[in-house]
Design a protein. Sequence first.
Length: 194
Amino acid sequence: MIRRLDGLPPAATDQAAQLYWAAFGTKLGRLLGPEARALDLLARVIRADHALVAVTRDRPRVVGVAGFRSTAGGFMSFGQRHLAAVYGDWGGLWRSAVLRGLAGDVDNARFLIDGLAVHPDWQGQGLGSALIDALAAEARARGYERLRLDVADHNIRARALYERLGFGVVGHQRLRLLAPVFGIRGSTAMDRAV
Ligand SMILES: CC(C)(COP(=O)(O)OP(=O)(O)OC[C@H]1O[C@@H](n2cnc3c(N)ncnc32)[C@H](O)[C@@H]1OP(=O)(O)O)[C@@H](O)C(=O)NCCC(=O)NCCS
C-alpha cells in the first residue's frame, strides 16, 4: 500500500531513513557516515511532505521509500544547522559545501524523483514500479508535465526498470572531483511524461 510519509507516525520516518541508508550508504558513507551519525542526520533533514512510502498491511512497516523534489523543496533539506549539530562546526561546513555543489544540478521545471529504495526482501514484487506510478500521480496533481530522475552509471537494474516504465535518457553528468567521494563516475538523467 502506497502512502504519503507525512500521514504516518514519526517512527515511519525513521524506518524510511534506515531504508534510504541501507540503499545509498555505500555511496554516501564517506560524506555522511558512520551509520549512527547518518541516521541521526537523516531523521533531522527528511521532509515527510516530500516522500511517498510503501507500507506493509499487516504490521505497518515502511518497506519502500520514494522522495521527490518540487518547486517547494526536496526530500531532504540539509541546513548548515543540522549538519553542524551532527558533525560539528568544521565537519558541517565542508559537508554543506559538497551538498550545495550537488544541489546545483537540480532541475525544478520537471518533477524530480529524489531517491527511490525498496527493502531487499521486498524487491521484484512491483513496489518500485508502484512508487513511480504514485509519484507520477503526485506530479500530475501538482501540475507538472514531466518526471525526471538520475540513475548512477553502475545501476544497470534500476536503469532497465526505468526504461521499461517509459523513461528516456536526456543527459549525463560526470562527477569529476566528487567521484572518489561517492565511488561512482557519473549519473544519467532520464525523463518521461507524467
Ligand atoms: C531499483 C529498485 C527501487 C526497484 O524496486 P523493485 O520494487 O524491485 O521494483 P519492481 O519490483 O517494480 O521491478 C523490479 C523487477 O521486478 C519485476 N516485477 C515487477 N512487478 C513484479 C511483480 N508484480 N511480481 C514479480 N516481479 C515483478 C520487474 O520486471 C523487474 O524485474 P528485474 O528483476 O529484471 O529488474 C530496487 O531494486 C532498489 O531499492 N534498489 C536499491 C536502491 C536503488 O538502486 N535505487 C535506485 C536509485 S536511482
